[in-house]
Ligand binder design. Structure first.
Ligand code: AMP
Ligand code: MG
Length: 347
């Protein structure tokens, strides 16, 4: 009898330990698809195929409701001047976007559709940039002053038929937050939602292990990540001039993050901004905004809106200077192969 007890005792101790070390003791499940105009991948470390399917059904639903170009979507109905009462969630997103636009002194503009459509920056191709006259005309039909929101009726009305709402700079963040909540309500504690580079972490990779997320090399995305961020339960959102662009016949490159004050792709000296925040919607709004503002102004703005220093950011300039906020110390690590190419400083 005694012999048997000795034989099995170590096994009984090992099983719970292994369970903790490997997180949940099951293989991750993953699913990818094209939604929200990008590649979406969800990986769950303690979830099921049904959880993944529920997440994808929900993402697809949000995609339909947020599509700026569909006559039947909530945003599309605002743009086609169809009187419509918005859902609480989409009204909330629109309200947040308009409020943030004011906070950012219009560097972020959710009513920039006329300019975004004019530039139509999607895939790499060779074509000519719009003329100054076209840009001036499109700029005159942009800005949140052209959108009237009614908090009690939950309606949004454009006062200019040439203006349009485009939430391309924060919709993915909003959807990321919604999907995280949905999966958590289904009991998922460890997962990674990737909406075209907008990352939302559910917990850590396991109870004991953070996720390690690579930061794209903005100078050549086919190369290794320039650095890693080791984190849990936050969102990491990247805006960069290498994500969507085209070139004109002289070889000049035009990227997709527009400076509303000029009507041209932002020339702030930055090539990439990564934002780490609890809310993916906030991170998404901020990454675009900080890119437009540039490093100096962006750092000041961050201090203004986040005096407690909860939001992290990594600014990479075209000259290879990388500036990382102090709150990412111990989390940000430069890939050693770039030690001679990139100069990292803390702010
Ligand atoms: P992101 O990739 O989150 O930085 O968002 C960029 C996308 O948002 C662009 O492809 C445009 O659709 C839209 N956009 C570009 N510039 C701005 C801006 N200054 N404010 C709001 N949306 C913008
Ligand atoms: Mg954004």
């Amino acid at each position: 009898m005694r012999k048997n007890v000795r034989k099995f005792a170590p096994v009984l101790i090992l099983i719970p330990l292994l369970f903790i070390l490997t997180g949940c003791g099951q293989d991750p499940v993953t699913k990818s698809g094209m939604l929200l105009d990008t590649v979406v991948t969800v990986t769950l470390y303690d979830g099921t195929q049904e959880d993944l399917d529920a997440a994808f059904t929900a993402i697809s639903g949000w995609d339909d409701r947020l599509d700026a170009f569909s006559d039947t979507s909530e945003i599309g109905q605002i743009n086609s001047e169809t009187p419509t009462v918005l859902s609480d969630e989409i009204y909330g997103l629109l309200k947040d976007s308009v409020t943030f636009s004011g906070t950012s002194s219009d560097a972020f503009d959710p009513v920039l559709g006329s300019l975004i459509d004019l530039w139509h920056i999607q895939d790499p191709e060779e074509r000519e940039a719009p003329t100054q006259e076209q840009i001036d005309e499109a700029r005159s039909h942009s800005g949140t002053n052209l959108l009237i929101l009614d908090d009690s009726a939950k309606t949004a009305v454009l006062t200019d038929s040439e203006a349009s709402v485009n939430l391309g700079a924060d919709a993915k963040g909003f959807v990321g937050d919604q999907i995280k909540t949905l999966l958590e309500e289904r009991g998922v504690k460890h997962g990674l939602i990737n909406l075209g580079g907008n990352i939302v972490l559910i917990g850590g990779k396991s109870d004991r292990e953070d996720f390690t997320i690579g930061i794209d090399n903005p100078f050549d995305t086919s190369k290794d990540p320039i650095a890693t961020l080791t984190l849990s339960d936050v969102s990491i959102v990247t805006s960069g001039d290498y994500q969507r662009w085209f070139t004109d016949s002289s070889g000049k490159k035009y990227h997709h993050i527009l400076d509303p004050s000029t009507g041209y792709p932002a020339e702030s000296g930055l090539t990439q901004v990564v934002v780490v925040a609890e809310s993916s919607e906030t991170a998404d709004m901020l990454s675009t905004t900080l890119f437009v503002m540039g490093k100096e102004k962006g750092l000041e703005f961050l201090k203004e809106i986040d005096p407690d220093g909860k939001i992290g950011a990594v600014f990479t300039e075209k000259d290879g200077t990388v500036t990382v906020t102090e709150n990412l110390k111990g989390k940000f690590e430069l890939n050693t192969e770039y030690q001679d190419e990139l100069a990292v400083s803390w702010s």
